[in-house]
Design a protein around this ligand. Structure first.
Ligand code: E4P
Length: 217
């Protein structure tokens, strides 16, 4: 399973990129709004940090296919690594069909059922983003959705990649890897949590203490 980072915060993107663990970035209108920066400005900066797929979402206020196609073309023109993120609606699928025929990569987002993922793949999406954590939030086991999509895509040899999204903790990450998601898009906080184990910290402290006891500083 590959990792993307799920943020529009360039400091967090730099930190994760320096660790060598991420190969892409996902953003959404809420994440862009959180940074309070112009969409094009922040996306352009991200393209200078990470050399991999960068998802930029069409504006939340645009709901018709025509509008999404127009904005999708503009997002794709920012940089060759751009992926146009489109919400899972009838209009969104129409936009995916047109954009993918033009060779523009798309990521269909806000996927909450296996049927939505299958439709998005058939419309030509390069990626689908099932939201694990938001299902868990409403007492529905999110990982079941990832497992179902993996099985269905395998059944039919679909090459649309599954980005496990709305990942909230390290257990989600392990579960997604076991389920066979191609990618998990993860906030920086979760990447940091994944590096940690108390026995690692204790081990480092013990090595330091033993070494210093014999050789000094
Ligand atoms: C995915 O592409 C979304 O940006 C993101 O994972 C949503 O996560 P949230 O449910 O924690 O907001």
């Amino acid at each position: 399973m590959k990792f993307f980072i799920d943020t529009a915060n360039v400091d967090d993107i730099r930190k994760a990129n320096d660790m060598g663990v991420i190969c892409g970035v996902t953003t959404n209108p809420s994440l862009i709004a959180k940074e309070g920066r112009d969409f094009n400005e922040v996306i352009k900066e991200i393209t200078t940090i990470v050399d991999g797929p960068i998802s930029g979402e069409v504006k939340a206020t645009i709901v018709d296919a025509e509008g999404m196609i127009k904005e999708g073309r503009e997002i794709a023109a920012i940089h060759p690594n751009m992926v146009v993120k489109i919400p899972m609606t009838v209009e969104g699928l129409k936009a995916v069909k047109v954009l993918s025929a033009e060779g523009i990569k798309t990521n269909v987002t806000l996927i909450f059922t296996a049927n939505q993922a299958l439709l998005a793949a058939r419309a030509g999406a390069s990626y689908v983003s099932p939201f694990l954590g938001r299902l868990d939030d409403i007492s529905t086991t999110g990982i079941n959705l990832i497992e179902d999509i993996v099985t269905i895509f395998d059944n039919y040899g679909l090459d649309t990649e599954i980005i496990a999204a709305s990942v909230r903790n390290p257990i989600h990450v392990t579960d997604c890897a076991l389920a066979g998601a191609h990618i998990a898009t993860v906030p920086y906080k979760v990447i940091e949590q994944m590096t940690k184990h108390p026995l690692t910290d204790q081990g480092i402290a013990k090595f330091q203490a033993d070494y210093k006891a014999v050789f000094g500083e």
